[in-house]
Ligand binder design. Structure first.
Ligand SMILES: [Zn+2]
Length: 389
């Protein structure tokens, strides 16, 4: 029972008894559970949408050592959901901002900051000092990396993920149940699942999913309740529905199965085909916002195609462009003139690649150019009357 050894437990002070009184009143937690929380060392990967409630609730709950890992800086577009950061923290390292907020909430918590990009080279070294890892990452390569490092070290991986209005949570603990690879043996093709930066996310959603993760962390430490080991919780915020799927350990799992083939961390970028996606991107010609402006000013004939949906175009309209949403590209090939250069644009120049590929696959023979960094670059470099989003 529990993942914190009795030898690490010490008596609570009077101040701690006052602070954690509402935990102590619960038979399921009590003094014993609170001592375990104080002895526990939890690493939170990412201090974004999921990491924010994780860090705040675990600090409030009295987890003794909280590791926070992030390499990013706070941006204005984070503040709609990453409630551990404030307006004044914009441009600060996320771990510094998060550390200040945790200290203000509970100065008794020891905060260890890891201001670094998690990789196969540092993951085991960082994870080995923790009892639990909570995964608040926003990409597949980090999820597989966190999973594998946790399996290799024999510690639980408290998982959460979010997109638009939907979230998932589970606890991957190979000693007791399935791991992430048992559930998802292979990653989706790169680019198939858009990121929150492109697809959007309702700001409250990571608050709910990250709080579920925090609750699972508390239960693992205290050693009680029914954990999400062996269950994948699915949450639909728009329909306000929870569902759950039973998930089983895969005996053939390459890392936690009967005859594992993975004994050390691998190349996760390669496993998730990230480099392949980059290569793919390089196959297409790009045009910078400044070059495009020059060509427009020269009076060059161009077909400028905005592949965004109407609700997104309304945020920042690109004057003189023709709107053809991504999904309609192939069947509207007849509207293009192959003798004129076609420039494609989206928010940041990633989804436009899919539009260009769709057109090529439909047999298009004209020249295609991708507006580098999308309409955001146009707003930044050419037309300041447009917002960046
Ligand atoms: Zn497994």
């Amino acid at each position: 029972m529990g993942i914190i050894g009795d030898e690490r437990l010490n008596d609570l002070t009077h101040d701690e008894i006052s602070r954690y009184s509402r935990h102590l009143l619960l038979a399921e937690i009590g003094i014993e559970g609170q001592k375990r929380l104080r002895a526990a060392r939890v690493l939170i990967v990412g201090t974004g949408g999921l990491g924010a409630p994780l860090a705040l609730y675990l600090a409030a709950a009295g987890v003794g050592t909280l590791g926070i890992l992030d390499f990013d800086f706070v941006e204005a577009s984070n503040l709609q959901r990453q409630i551990i950061h404030g307006t004044r923290d914009i441009d600060r390292p996320k771990v510094a901002s998060a550390q200040d907020r945790i200290r203000a909430l509970n100065p008794e918590v020891k905060v260890v900051t890891h201001n670094t990009y998690l990789s196969r080279d540092n993951a085991l070294d960082i994870f080995k000092d923790y009892d639990v890892v909570a995964d608040g990452a926003d990409n597949y390569q980090t999820r597989y990396l966190v999973n594998d490092a946790c399996v290799l070290l024999g510690i639980p991986d408290v998982y959460g993920s979010i997109f638009q209005f939907e979230g998932q949570a589970s606890v991957f603990y190979a000693k007791e149940g399935p791991c992430y690879r048992c559930l998802f043996p292979t990653p989706p093709p790169p680019g198939l699942v858009p990121s929150c930066a492109e697809g959007g996310v309702v700001g409250v959603l990571p608050g709910i999913v990250g709080t579920i993760q925090a609750c699972e962390v508390v239960k693992l430490i205290v050693g009680g309740g029914d954990s999400l080991v062996g269950r994948l919780l699915l949450f639909d915020a728009w329909g306000m529905k929870f569902r759950e799927l039973k998930i089983q350990k895969d005996p053939a799992c390459p890392i936690c199965g009967r005859d594992p083939t993975i004994h050390e961390l691998v190349n996760y970028e390669q496993f998730c085909n990230i480099n392949l996606a980059d290569e793919d991107e390089k196959k297409f010609e790009t045009i910078t916002a400044i070059e495009l402006k020059e060509r427009i000013d020269r009076g060059d004939k161009l077909q400028i195609i905005d592949i965004r949906e109407p609700h997104e175009r309304a945020i920042a309209k690109f004057a003189g462009s023709k709107a053809i949403p991504l999904g309609q590209m192939a069947r509207r090939i007849g509207e293009f003139d192959p003798s004129i250069d076609a420039v494609f644009l989206c928010k940041i120049g990633q989804r436009s690649i899919f539009a260009m590929r769709a057109l090529l696959e439909a047999g298009y023979t004209g020249r295609l150019l991708n507006l580098k960094d999308g309409v955001n670059a146009w707003a930044r470099d050419i037309d300041n009357s447009l917002p960046q989003y």
